[in-house]
Design a protein around this ligand. Structure first.
Ligand code: IFM
Length: 448
C-alpha cells in the first residue's frame, strides 16, 4: 500500500494529440477538423492554434522522463488518426505508426505503461467533408484505422481506449458548434452520438484480443435539479439523459434510454438502427471517467436558446445554475464528492467493471514567480481533494484501478486556446521550457 492505495494502482497523467503534439504538417500527417477550426477566425478565444502546441512531437522523450520522475507509472496519450491515415480512409502512413511506436517504447523504457486513446477529436478533414460523424461511413473508417493501428502497435500498447468523451464530439461539435467541426444541427447531433458509439463498437470488435485491456473514456457528471419543482426536476432528467444515460446505457446495458429519444424526437431513427446495439454494448474491460465538476440545472419559463444552437438538443429551455460553490478558471464548480457520485452511478450499472479516472484537473491562471517556480496552490488543493475521494473508494473495495491527472502539460485547451492552463507541468509557449508546478511536486511527494 502507498498512502492508502494498493501497490498495483495506476497513477498517470494524460494528454491528447492535437493539444500537445504540434508538428501538424510533419511526416505525412493530414489535416484534421481541429486544424481547420483553429485556423478559422473567431473560433479560438485567444486566436492561437495547435500548429506547435507543446512541440511534444519532438519533445515526447523529455516529457515522458519528466512524468516518470514524478513517480507516475502510466501515460495516457491519444493517437492522431490523421497521422496514421492522413485522408481518413485508404493509404496508411508508416511514419505515423513509427512515431507512436517510439512514444510507447519510450514509456516502457521509463517504467511507464502506455494507455492509448484512438480518438481524441482530431477527425481527418476529408471525412468531415464527406459528412463527419453524422454519417455511418465514418464509424466504418474509424474501425479500419483502429485495426491498422492496433495491428502495428499491440506488442507495445496493452491498454486501449476507443473514444474520448463522445458527448463533446457530438454535442459541442454538432450541437452548439463550440468545437470542431463547428456545426449546429440541433437534434441531428444525436446521429453523431450513434455513429460515434457504433465506431467504438466496430473498432472494439476489430481489435479486441487476449492479453490487453479495452475501454472507452467518457465524461459523465452528476446532474442536480436547482429546486424540487417539477420543471427543474424535468430539466435535470433531460440533461442527465443527454450527458450520462445516452452513453452509459447503450454501452453497459445495450439499450438507449427511451425518454431521451422521445425528448429529441429521434425514436424512429434509432429504432431503425437497433441492430447495432449488440456491437455497442459488447463487454468492456474498463470504463474511463473524465471528471471535472457536477452540474445543477433549472428550467425557467420561456425559451433560453433557439433550437440548433444548444449543446443540449431538445433541452433548449434548460440553464445551468450557479450554486455558490468555488469555481476554477473555467467557471466549473469544485465538488470532489461528485467524483464519488458518478463512479457509484456507473458501478450500479456494471458492478464488477473496473473503472479508471482517466482525467481530472483544473485550470488556473498560473504565473511564474521571480525565482522561476509555479506555486499553484488551488490546483494542488483540487488534486488533493479528488485523490482523497479515490482513496476512500479504494479502501471500501470499490473497483477503481487508476487515476490520471489532466494534464501532464499546459496545452491547447480547444476553443480557449492557450488562455487556460490545466497542466501539472507549466509550459512556456515561447521557449517550450517545462516547469514542474507545486501540484506536481505534491503528487511526487505523495507517491514517494
Ligand atoms: O482539455 C480537455 C480534454 O481534451 C478533454 N477533457 C476535458 C479537458 C479540459 O477541458
Amino acid at each position: 500500500m502507498t498512502n492508502g492505495f494498493p501497490s498495483g494502482f495506476t497513477w498517470g497523467a494524460a494528454t491528447a494529440s492535437y493539444q500537445v503534439e504540434g508538428a501538424v504538417a510533419s511526416d505525412g500527417r493530414g489535416p484534421s477538423i481541429w486544424d481547420t477550426f483553429a485556423h478559422t477566425p473567431g473560433r479560438i478565444a485567444d486566436g492561437t492554434n495547435g500548429d506547435v502546441a507543446d512541440d511534444h512531437y519532438h519533445r515526447f522523450a523529455e516529457d515522458i522522463r519528466l512524468l516518470a520522475d514524478l513517480g507516475l507509472n502510466a501515460y495516457r496519450f491519444s493517437i492522431a488518426w490523421p497521422r496514421i491515415v492522413p485522408t481518413g480512409s485508404g493509404a496508411v502512413n508508416p511514419a505515423g505508426l513509427d512515431f507512436y511506436r517510439r512514444l510507447a517504447e519510450t514509456c516502457l523504457e521509463n517504467g511507464v505503461t502506455p494507455y492509448a486513446t484512438l480518438y481524441h477529436w482530431d477527425l481527418p478533414q476529408p471525412l468531415e467533408d464527406a459528412g463527419g460523424w453524422l454519417v455511418r461511413d465514418t464509424a466504418e473508417r474509424f474501425r479500419d484505422y483502429a485495426a491498422v493501428t492496433h495491428d502495428a502497435l499491440s506488442d507495445v500498447i496493452k491498454h486501449w481506449m476507443t473514444l474520448n468523451e463522445p458527448w463533446c464530439s457530438a454535442f459541442l461539435g454538432y450541437g452548439s458548434g463550440e468545437h470542431a467541426p463547428g456545426r449546429t444541427v440541433g437534434t441531428e447531433a444525436l446521429k453523431a452520438v450513434h455513429h460515434l458509439l457504433l465506431g467504438h463498437g466496430l473498432a472494439l470488435d476489430a481489435i479486441r484480443s487476449d492479453g490487453a485491456a479495452y475501454g472507452i473514456a467518457l465524461n459523465p457528471a452528476p446532474i442536480h435539479a436547482a429546486s424540487d419543482s417539477p420543471a427543474d426536476r424535468d430539466a435535470a432528467r433531460r440533461i442527465d439523459g443527454l450527458r450520462n444515460r445516452l452513453f452509459l446505457e447503450p454501452l453497459l446495458t445495450g439499450r438507449y434510454p427511451a425518454d431521451v429519444l422521445e425528448d429529441t424526437g429521434t425514436t424512429a431513427w434509432f429504432a431503425e438502427r437497433e441492430a447495432d446495439l449488440p456491437l455497442i454494448g459488447a463487454p468492456l474491460d474498463f470504463v474511463g471517467v473524465n471528471y471535472y465538476c457536477p452540474t445543477t440545472v433549472a428550467a425557467p419559463d420561456g425559451l433560453i436558446s433557439a433550437p440548433g444552437t444548444s449543446s443540449q438538443p431538445g433541452s433548449e429551455n434548460v440553464v445551468a445554475v450557479d450554486t455558490g460553490l468555488p469555481e476554477t478558471q473555467m467557471g466549473w464548480p469544485i465538488q470532489a464528492s461528485g467524483l464519488r457520485d458518478i463512479l457509484v452511478t456507473i458501478n450500479k450499472l456494471a458492478p464488477e467493471l473496473p473503472l479508471y479516472v482517466t482525467e481530472n484537473g483544473s485550470a488556473y491562471p498560473d504565473v511564474v514567480t521571480a525565482d522561476g517556480t509555479v506555486e499553484d496552490d488551488e490546483r494542488l488543493d483540487y488534486l488533493r481533494r479528488h485523490v482523497a475521494v479515490c482513496k476512500d473508494l479504494v479502501s471500501e473495495g470499490f473497483p477503481l484501478k487508476g487515476y490520471f491527472a489532466w494534464s501532464l502539460l499546459d496545452n491547447f485547451e480547444w476553443a480557449w486556446g492557450h488562455s487556460r492552463r490545466f497542466g501539472i507541468v507549466y509550459v512556456d509557449y515561447a521557449t517550450q521550457e517545462r516547469i514542474v508546478k507545486k501540484s506536481a511536486r505534491w503528487l511526487r511527494d505523495f507517491l514517494a
